[in-house]
Design a protein around this ligand. Structure first.
Ligand SMILES: [Fe+2]
Length: 173
């Protein structure tokens, strides 16, 4: 599947991510942070792409992908929210425009989780998480306009529909 980025730029992003066999996870994460920092520092590059939008929800746009990683631009319409979820792969993201509110949860059993913290992620914010770490969260756009974020997931988009491992039901702490 060809992403919405020009092939040359998409290829440069994939090269910069150092996804070849033997790359240590800390080196991969450092590369992902660097790629995201560059992308969120140039919002005009992303905003001029022909990105899909989904009123009331979020739309994922593949920018680039190979057998190890996939890079997506997600457009969050006003009111968009994910389920509460964790990931089967590494998940790095950066905010290009708007504000994405990230709520963290802690699992109390295999299907229920309690909120443990919340932060507004603003343009320029970059974060990475690994499937081995605390990584249950929900993302929402509580603003009046669109928000755009870039996500780099450690999965092959030909093999997986998404990065979500488990969905959780929120319960009071
Ligand atoms: Fe997530």
């Amino acid at each position: 599947m060809q992403g919405v980025l020009a092939a040359q730029r998409g290829g440069a992003i994939l090269n910069a991510l150092h996804t070849h066999d033997g790359t240590r996870s800390e080196d991969y994460l450092a590369a992902a942070r660097s790629v995201l920092a560059d992308l969120v520092a140039a919002p005009q590059l992303i905003e001029r792409l022909p990105l899909l939008r989904k009123p009331g929800g979020y739309a994922r746009n593949l920018l680039a992908g190979n057998e190890a990683v996939s890079v997506w631009a997600i457009v969050w319409s006003a009111g968009a929210t994910t389920c509460i979820h964790d990931h089967h792969c590494s998940c790095c993201f950066g905010v290009v425009s708007g504000t994405v509110t990230e709520t963290w949860y802690r699992a109390i059993d295999p299907s229920r989780a309690v909120a443990s913290g919340e932060q507004d992620r603003k343009p320029g914010f970059v974060a990475c998480m690994l499937p081995s770490g605390p990584n249950i969260h929900r993302m929402q756009n509580r603003g009046m306009g669109d928000a755009i974020s870039i996500h780099i997931y450690g999965y092959d988009h030909h093999l997986h529909d998404s990065s979500v491992e488990t969905e959780y039901l929120a319960v009071a702490g």
